[in-house]
Write a protein that binds this ligand. Structure first.
Ligand code: HEC
Length: 128
């Protein structure tokens, strides 16, 4: 009796998981952003402090701790940023606080697509 209900439970979790992935994939397709729009958003916002690639000259010499945009996708799934951007990302450092941004889902998709291309470029450069 115990065993049967466990099997049902496990099947339920797998089904829910697959449904979740399918849902995610279809949403991802829909929300596929526009790289060039993403680039202009990044230029107007993020690239005032962040570099594109590690080792690029700093856009603002007073901001030395902002990691390269390309490094985000190399370190964690860029999807993690989606929620952060939607909720208004804030990152603070001792004396330097990142301004709070709020974006529409479209501009977030654009921005993430742009960062994805940066990450791919950085990976290609480092031979990964
Ligand atoms: C005013 C300068 C400034 C702007 C503009 C800015 N950032 Fe930042 N950002 C920083 C700094 C400085 C840090 C590092 C904070 C630290 O070291 O704790 C940072 C850190 C981050 C981090 C955390 C990185 C990590 O490795 O944990 C993310 C993600 C991030 N920024 C994304 C963005 C995005 C996306 C934009 C554009 C929408 C943006 N930032 C615009 C200054 C800025």
């Amino acid at each position: 009796m115990q065993k049967i209900s466990l099997v049902i439970l496990v099947t339920g979790i797998v089904a829910a998981g697959m449904w979740g992935i399918g849902d995610y994939m279809s949403r991802k397709g829909e929300e596929h952003g526009d790289v060039s729009r993403g680039q202009s958003i990044a230029e107007q916002t993020c690239l005032k402090c962040h570099t594109k690639f590690a080792g690029d000259p700093l856009p603002d010499p007073t901001v030395t701790s902002a990691p390269a945009l390309a490094s985000f996708g190399q370190r964690w799934p860029l999807e993690n940023l989606e929620e952060a951007l939607a909720e208004g990302i804030t990152v603070s450092h001792d004396n330097m606080t990142m301004p709070e941004f709020s974006f529409t889902p479209e501009s977030i998709a654009d921005l993430l697509s742009y960062m994805e291309t940066l990450t791919r470029e950085a990976d290609a450069k480092s031979g990964q």
